[in-house]
Design a protein around this ligand. Structure first.
Ligand code: CU
Length: 316
């Protein structure tokens, strides 16, 4: 059942949500236009070359002067014109590197094997911490400030634009403009360890008012809870690594869990975010993500796992 759900997720991801040829942002549109123009240009050149091959085979005794002309035209002049044209067109698509500020800035930090996300927006008093899911308003440029906590990762949302590496000791800026509301998938595009392929995220593009409502909700702390799960969260040591704003704010090692229940996926695009999966994750995260930086909690009693899962799912 889980495998089927996972496959479904994967298949859906391949078809539309994660395709550079289904652009949903102006940068991805430029890349896809360039791709199709290159394909068309390549097809024309291929057909011309095949034409010459046929000509060479079928007309064995063409005059030498004609042969020289064909080489001059087909081997020098035509390629110079075609490649020159494609070069000018391609250079015109280079992003605008002037660092104009955008209203919305997201700092995204690659970690083995998840994404730390922090939002800065004019509508906020202070940055809002989140993880493993990115929400954006449609039709507005957004600046991603890209960093890494460990090794080289690469941040890529194929439906919105090109990829950009996250390099130790360096901050890279990437500006993208999503144009169509929808849900897309982003991935890590640079091998970063055993769970590199299990380091993905959803990108939810909203209309501006809907985005602001989401951001305002995300900025809220969790309401302090006395549920059994909340107490186990403290006593078992989860709070040493995870922050739940409003409840316990000391853990900065793992993802911020303040609104983990509202995320679409769990563990960076790896599991469907459901109660059973939360339980399975807590019992053996390393069976799901090799090398994971979270200890297994297999020693917890069933009732404790239930309480924890209820608590986490309830963190909306
Ligand atoms: Cu990575």
């Amino acid at each position: 059942m889980t495998a089927a759900a996972g496959l479904g997720l994967g298949a859906a991801a391949c078809s539309e949500a994660q395709s550079a040829l289904r652009p949903a942002g102006s940068d991805a549109q430029a890349i896809s236009d360039l791709f199709w123009i290159m394909v068309a240009g390549g097809a024309v050149i291929w057909l011309a070359v095949m034409g010459f091959v046929l000509y060479g085979v079928l007309v064995p005794r063409a005059s030498e002067r004609l042969g020289e002309r064909i080489i001059l035209f087909g081997g020098v002049i035509l390629p110079a014109i075609v490649l020159g044209g494609l070069l000018v067109y391609g250079l015109g698509l280079l992003p605008d590197w002037r660092r104009e500020d955008t209203a919305l800035r997201l700092t995204v930090t690659g970690e083995q094997w998840w994404w730390r996300v922090s939002y800065e927006d004019a509508s906020l008093d202070m940055p809002v911490e989140a993880a493993n899911e990115i929400h954006l308003p449609a039709g507005e440029p957004v600046t991603f400030v890209l960093e890494t906590a460990d090794v080289i990762h690469s941040f890529w949302i194929p439906a919105l634009g090109g990829k950009m590496d996250m390099l130790p000791g360096r901050t890279n800026l990437l500006r993208l403009t999503p144009t169509q509301p929808g849900i897309y998938r982003g991935v890590c595009a640079e091998f970063c360890g055993p769970s590199h392929a299990l380091m993905a995220f959803d990108v939810v593009v909203h209309e501006r008012p809907e985005f602001e409502a989401w951001l305002a909700r995300e900025a809220q702390p969790a309401s302090a809870s006395n549920a059994p799960g909340a107490r186990i969260f403290e006593s078992t040591g989860c709070a040493a690594c995870h922050t739940v704003r409003g409840q316990s704010e000391l853990g900065g090692i793992g993802p911020d869990l303040t609104h983990v229940g509202s995320r679409r996926t769990l563990a960076a695009g790896t599991l469907v975010n459901q109660r059973d999966e939360v339980r399975r994750w807590l019992q053996a995260p390393d069976a799901i993500k090799p090398g994971v930086q979270m200890p297994a909690f297999a020693m917890l009693a069933d009732s404790e796992l239930d309480a924890l899962a209820d608590y986490l799912v309830g963190l909306q």
